[in-house]
Design a protein around this ligand. Sequence first.
Ligand SMILES: *Cc1c(COP(=O)(O)O)cnc(C)c1O
Length: 227
Amino acid sequence: MELAARLREVDEAISSKLRELGRVDQVTRIVVTKNHTVELALQLFELGVRDFGENRDQEAGPKAEHLAELADTSELNWHFVGQLQSNKAKRVVRYASTIHSVDRQSLLDALVAATAGDDKSIDVFLQVNLTEDENRGGVNPNQLLPMAEQVASAPGLNLLGVMAVGGLEVDPRAEFERVAALSAMLVREHPSANKISAGMSGDYLEALEHGATHLRIGTAITGKRAD
Ligand SMILES: *Cc1c(COP(=O)(O)O)cnc(C)c1O
C-alpha cells in the first residue's frame, strides 16, 4: 500500500473510532517520521499532514530545517517525542512547538532557561513512567503534581497534560487506564492540562478509548523504518 492510502486508512480508523465513542473533541494525529527521509516528510506535508514527530535532535533539527526550505512550514508543528538531553533543550525549542517527553528536573530547568525572555511559549507534556524500570523515560507518578506545579509557573512553558509510552509486554488497555487516572488527577489541579499523548501504530484505537488526544503514529503510516 502506498503512503497516501495508509494515511487515509489510519485517519478513517481514527474518525470511525471517535464517532463510535461519541467524542467530538479535537484529536491531533502526529506522524512520527524518525528514520525516514525529508522527502517522505515532504510527501506527507503535501498530503496535508501538519503535525510531525521526531525523537532525536540530530535527525529532527536538520530535517525541520530542510523541510522549511522545500515547503511553507509556517503552519507546521514539530513534536519532540523522544528522550531529550538537557543540553539539547535550547536547540530543540527552536523548531519544536511541543515537547512530549519532559520527565526530569534537569530537563525542566533547561527548558525554563531556553524559553526565558522569549515571546513564544513551548507546549509540554509530562511523561509518566508506568513501569518499575527506572531507565525508561518518564517521571514517577508521585512526581507528576510537583513537576506540573513548576511547569505551570514557568512563563515560557504551557502544560498540555500527560504522555506515556506503552510497555512491550503489557496489556495496553491497563496502561491507558492508568494514564487516564493520572490525567484526571492532574486536571483536578490544572484544569487546562487535559490532553493525553498516548497511542502508537499498534494501539492508537485503544488509546482513543481511554481519552488520548494526541496520537503518535509512525510505521502504520510511514511504513517500516530502518531501525
Ligand atoms: C517511534 C515512536 C512512536 C511511533 O511508533 P510506531 O510504533 O512506529 O507508531 C511513538 N512514540 C514514540 C515516543 C516513539 O519513539
